[in-house]
Design a binder for this molecule. Sequence first.
Ligand SMILES: [Zn+2]
Length: 227
Amino acid sequence: MTELEKILTGQSHQHIYWLSDNVGIHHDMLRDYKSMQAAAKAENIELKIASGFRDFSRQLAIWNNKFIGRATVKDQQGNSVSLSALNDKEKIHAIMLFSALPGASRHHWGCDIDVYAPNLLAIEQTLQLEPWEYQAAGPLYPLALWLTENANKFGFYFPYNKFRGGVAAEPWHLSYQPIAKQYQHQHSETLLAHTIANSDIQGKIELLRSLPNLYQRYICNVASYQA
Ligand SMILES: [Zn+2]
């Protein structure tokens, strides 16, 4: 695999700048992210990253834990889904509503981040990363409004701005277009198939069988930069 292919599939972290022990973002996004953070701060919104770079093994652990029922899978209403009664194909679709396939997570790229604002949460209110928190009457609604109005000035946009039959709407997930546009173009179904075939992933046979469909429905099926 080339270095680029490793970056695209979460098997390299040489493109990452670490903001803290567990939050990393793409080097080339740092300046614009800091500018956006400062602009938000001026409006009393403390922009913070809940999740930035995530490598392949971390995404694989998330996937496998959900697949075997060790981690909770939720539907779009926030209800827990019981996977035990589902076949492999149904499990895959249930998981992919909110969790990417290892090797195809935009979080591998470092240019995609899940954001929130700790100062908008009540004391002892912990972030769930659920849609209601970002909707009207939710604590993070002011952040959602501010980002909708301003994120694009800094090169950011929402790839999962609404449900299109693949990944659920994720009002917390921002993508940095100058980098994401390239990586999205360079990523491919062939590269993903190769990565999955060589991994210890749950549901591998069904995944490889239905990959063309999954690739279109969940990976290509995203919003583009809203200038
Ligand atoms: Zn995300």
